[in-house]
Design a binder for this molecule. Structure first.
Ligand SMILES: NC(=O)C1=CN([C@@H]2O[C@H](COP(=O)(O)OP(=O)(O)OC[C@H]3O[C@@H](n4cnc5c(N)ncnc54)[C@H](O)[C@@H]3O)[C@@H](O)[C@H]2O)C=CC1
Ligand SMILES: O=C(O)[C@@H]1CCC=N1
Length: 270
């Protein structure tokens, strides 16, 4: 479902994630290129934005003056400096994807009247296969929130969650593409060490990840354990690998990694 294409979306920061959102929204035809206005400190990112035929702004204030909704997509340590600059050029609505940046903190700088939407997206958004968790300030209007929610939903899956879970959710989907890529990299290196052609191994492996994900998606209510059992034939190969994961306590390694990931989000929080 699409809402009307009525808002200009301004980007302050257009690095990996800002660019992923801009490209994803255009690729899914949710926004036209003319609805995007971008400002990034780095010339290379501005050149990329120009090459994509997005609108370009000259500074942070220029973004705020030209966009109804301003997307803050800078790193956590850079966010306060941008918010201070926006004090004099308050957007009607600020959409932040900055890890740990709370709605209360944004409103403490920009004022209580600013509508705030907080989102935790992930990079597969750029091809319309992303996941995004969102929450909003009490004063955020349904119109603005629906517009942003539908934009993210159109680029994959979107869910509204309570703000106090925004740090924990980073270990569910925000950071998780990197976990998946790391897992893939480990398997691929192993395959190559066994003499398997890298191109063939990568093609087979990537399709396995896509196919496994799609199978899970099409059977949302089915317990994950059943999918594992369908692969792990009695007395066969898979069970040897699964038992090794269990003996070496992969679950506790994942738990520890998740704890560190969420702790870092908490450290960045303000
Ligand atoms: N990369 C990811 O997968 C995800 C990132 N995030 C969050 O998104 C934010 C951005 O992350 P990335 O895009 O990965 O970082 P990045 O480093 O690729 O991009 C940040 C960009 O902000 C620009 N910038 C900094 N200060 C600026 C200013 N005052 N005006 C204009 N541009 C400015 C920088 O030049 C840089 O290009 C972070 O807060 C991160 O926590 C959230 C979810 C996923
Ligand atoms: O690594 C980070 O801090 C960001 C947040 C989620 C994904 N990337």
């Amino acid at each position: 479902m699409r809402t009307t294409k009525k808002y200009m979306l301004g980007f302050i920061g257009c690095g990996h994630m800002g660019m992923a959102i801009a490209r994803g929204a255009v690729a899914k035809e949710y926004l036209e290129r003319y609805q995007l206005v971008v400002y990034d400190h780095h010339d290379t990112n501005m050149k990329t934005a120009k090459g994509e035929r997005f609108g370009l702004a000259k500074d942070e204030a220029d973004v705020a003056e030209n966009a109804h909704i301003v997307l803050l997509a800078v790193n956590p340590t850079q966010a306060d400096a941008v918010l201070e600059k926006l004090k004099e050029h308050q957007p009607e609505c600020l959409l932040s994807i900055v890890t740990g940046l709370s709605i209360a903190h944004i409103q403490s700088i920009l004022g209580k009247d600013t509508q705030v939407i907080r989102a935790m997206p992930n990079t597969p958004l750029q091809i319309g296969e992303g996941s995004t968790a969102l929450c909003k300030s009490e004063n955020c209007k349904a119109d603005e929130y629906d517009f942003i929610f539908q934009m993210f939903a159109g680029m994959g899956v979107a869910r509204t969650i309570p703000e106090d879970q925004m740090n924990a959710i980073v270990a569910v989907h925000g950071s998780v593409p990197a976990y998946v890529y790391y897992f893939i990299e480990c398997i691929l290196k192993d395959a190559v060490s066994r003499g398997i052609d890298e191109e063939a191994a990568r093609a087979l492996l990537v399709q396995t990840v896509i196919g496994s994900g799609n199978l899970l998606k099409q059977n949302a209510g089915k317990p994950i354990e059943e999918f594992i059992n369908e692969v792990a034939s009695k007395g066969g190969t898979t069970i040897e690998a699964i038992n090794t994961f269990k003996e070496l306590n992969l679950a506790s390694i994942i738990h520890e990694a998740d704890e560190k990931c969420v702790k870092r989000a908490e450290e960045l929080s303000h």
